[in-house]
Design a protein around this ligand. Structure first.
Ligand code: ZN
Length: 283
């Protein structure tokens, strides 16, 4: 199932069509995306068997918003691909390195990325969306707590990231730095949940290309580790790290500027197209 947010309302894809979840289920399921994620097993069970009510069909072109518009928690994982660990001279780490990608930065699959001053970089990521609350989740049980995956951009201000003791969380959380979407895809639809390909182009040049096989900590290991410390809630986002090819590691380094176009692709999900625009306040 593909699930997302159209105009602030929960929507699912059926064939070539998108349906408003609340209307298509005759009001038996929530119309708010966050409320739908909170009853995820009911949503997936309905989508697997029920015939959507025609009144729920969304006519015309659909513009998807962020599939999780108001995540309670949004977590990023630094240096989680072996290729990226090599390019950043970070040897493999013993435990996942987490930071906060503050929820106020989360935007949608066609949202503009506002470029502040500093060295602003791209990072394609697989974003895991939690579908069931849990603490101390074992790796074996971890996929059962996943609603699905979506595309993410962990846009990063390298200048801020390098200051002092590393302002990792703020450097990743400028307004508009968290594009997500276009939809959440349930794990059963993936070709291989342990080998999810992902890529990123900037102005048509492929900058990143990899697979989740290259992760230092797998998706189940990340969920298990985080849940030893945090309670994970439906709708929580985990940005699971980026493969090699970030702009800071090019020779010479290259960064994002107003006018650039970022295309972010995750296998089984699709792609996001985000335009970079000037910061009109800071300019
Ligand atoms: Zn990242």
């Amino acid at each position: 199932m593909h699930f997302g947010n159209i105009g602030g309302r929960a929507a699912i894809v059926r064939g070539d069509d998108a349906y408003d979840l609340g209307l298509a289920s005759s009001g038996t399921l929530p119309s708010d995306p966050m409320e739908a994620l909170a009853v995820w097993s009911a949503v997936t069970a309905w989508a697997a068997s029920a015939e959507p009510v025609e009144a729920g069909l969304i006519a015309g072109a659909t513009t998807w918003g962020p599939p999780v518009p108001r995540p309670r928690q949004s977590i990023g994982i630094a240096v989680n691909y072996r290729t990226h660990a090599e390019e950043t001279d970070n040897s493999a780490l013993d435990v996942p390195q987490a930071f906060t990608k503050f929820p106020s930065c989360i935007t949608g699959p066609t949202s503009d990325v506002v470029i502040p001053s500093g060295d602003i970089d791209w990072e394609v990521e697989i974003v895991v969306v939690i579908g069931r609350e849990g603490t101390d989740i074992s790796s074996d049980d971890a996929w059962d707590h996943v609603a699905g995956i979506t595309c993410g951009q962990d846009i990063s201000n390298r200048t801020l990231q390098r200051i002092g003791l590393r302002q990792m969380s703020l450097a990743k959380s400028h307004r508009t730095f968290g594009s997500t979407g276009p939809t959440i895809v349930t794990v059963d639809e993936l070709r291989d949940r342990d080998d999810i390909r992902l890529s990123c182009t900037v102005n048509g040049f492929e900058r990143q290309s990899g697979s989740s096989r290259d992760m230092i900590f797998s998706i189940p290991e990340l969920i298990s580790y985080l849940s030893t410390i945090l309670t994970l809630y439906p709708g929580d986002l985990i940005f699971t790290g980026t493969p090699s090819g970030v702009g800071a590691r090019l020779t010479p380094p290259q960064y994002l500027h107003a006018g650039d176009v970022i295309i972010t692709w995750v296998e089984g999900v699709g792609e996001m197209v985000n335009n970079c625009v000037a910061d009109s306040i800071g300019a």
